[in-house]
Design a protein around this ligand. Structure first.
Ligand code: MRU
Length: 364
């Protein structure tokens, strides 16, 4: 996508041909800064400190992290250590495990001398595949938005509620939940997006609002608790969110608060769609509530709110009494029964094992 008229992906190989460029997402929306990763340690740190975030992007960063680590030592033992280091960075998004397995399954049987070049080639392919997958998700999701527009007699914009950031910043390009929105906007369908602020890190306010603004998509920021009220008053035509891990039975795990939006949507007959690339499916588990590890992050993220201070400089403000404590659950699980459909690169399916199997019988 474009930033101030310049085309960007969220991760790319730098001009030197080996170091890895990323956008430091902790600085958005107030400053746009490109950082260079030169070691696996830096890649791991970028993932855990959320300079890069979003399930597909952390997978792509881990793939390049393995490349950077192999530059120092391409032995089998080191490859395994790199995999362990990178997988420990964040527990919930399955794309991380998927990307590391893609890399290690390919590289393990190879002669040591061939590993580095093969690693860079596979990491680049993972990025290119992600872009193609998300573009296809956009095409399939576009048909749902178009139907909603036709149902409104093409008289008014389609109101779409989204949570967190599942845009191009969360992937390599296009995004998952935002891809259909960009495609609809590009096709001339009027869309308006309700952007949940997404406490505690405010990915909605900081990232989704910024992305949509850069692309000229009409949007309004709302506090996390407003969605139910909007749905009761007919102000939401459909919800589209992303997911960090989707079970084989169609349960979806996404940013904390997604479940409450799905409940409100169900109560108000608002369609609730979840957009996902197939590497986000965890075929090894069925029950999301029982089996998906939920990341618990530093409670500092809850205790403080980050933004621009009165002097115009970025900073943090404490909102909790010093004597109180907080807990920072980062994700929740929405059971498949609350999901109207899964938007994948192969089409839209029921959130169920049979729905997923219909599209992905041959695996991914
Ligand atoms: O903690 P984050 O910012 O990495 O969480 C991201 C999300 O919850 C996204 O909705 C999810 O990764 C899907 S992104 C395509």
């Amino acid at each position: 996508m474009e930033v101030d008229g310049i085309r960007y992906r969220s991760i790319w190989l730098a001009e030197d041909g080996w170091s890895v460029a990323i956008i430091d997402q902790t600085r958005l929306p107030h400053s746009f800064k490109v950082e260079k990763l030169t070691t696996a340690d830096q890649a791991a740190q970028a993932i855990s400190a959320m300079l890069v975030r979003g399930a597909p992007l952390i997978g792509a960063t881990a793939a390049y992290g393995i490349c950077l680590g192999l530059r120092q030592d391409a032995s089998l033992a080191h490859l395994d250590r790199l995999g362990e280091q990178l997988i420990a960075t964040r527990p919930t998004a399955i794309n991380l495990r998927w990307a590391i397995r893609q890399m290690t399954d390919l590289l393990r049987p190879m002669p040591e001398a061939d590993r580095l070049a093969a690693a860079y080639a596979r990491a680049a392919a993972i990025c290119d595949e992600d872009v193609a997958i998300n573009s296809a998700i956009g095409d399939h999701g576009l048909t749902l938005i178009e139907k909603a527009w036709i149902a409104k007699g093409k008289t008014a914009a389609v109101n779409i509620l989204t949570h967190c950031n599942a845009g191009w910043l969360a992937t390599v390009d296009w995004g998952t939940a935002l891809s259909p929105i960009y495609k609809a906007h590009n096709a001339g369908i009027p869309v308006h997006v309700w952007v949940d602020e997404t406490r505690p890190r405010n990915q909605g306010a900081h990232l989704t609002a910024w992305e949509l603004g850069q692309h000229g998509v009409d949007h309004t920021l709302i506090v996390d608790n407003a969605g139910g009220h909007l749905m009761q008053h007919g102000l939401v035509d459909l919800c589209i969110t992303g997911t960090d891990r989707t079970t084989a039975a169609g349960d979806v795990c996404n940013k904390i608060g997604t479940y409450l939006k799905a409940l409100a949507a169900h109560d108000n007959n608002v369609p609730f769609y979840v957009a996902l690339p197939s590497p986000t499916i965890d075929w090894e588990i069925e029950d999301g509530i029982a089996d998906i590890p939920i990341e618990i992050r530093d409670s500092r993220e809850v205790d403080y709110v980050a933004g621009l201070l009165a002097d115009g400089k970025p900073g943090e403000v404490r909102i909790l009494p010093e004597s109180s404590r907080s807990k920072n659950y980062a994700f929740d699980v929405t059971p498949a029964r609350l999901v109207s459909g899964l938007i994948t690169e192969r089409g839209v399916c029921d959130a169920s094992r049979s729905g997923l199997m219909r599209l992905f019988r041959d695996g991914i």
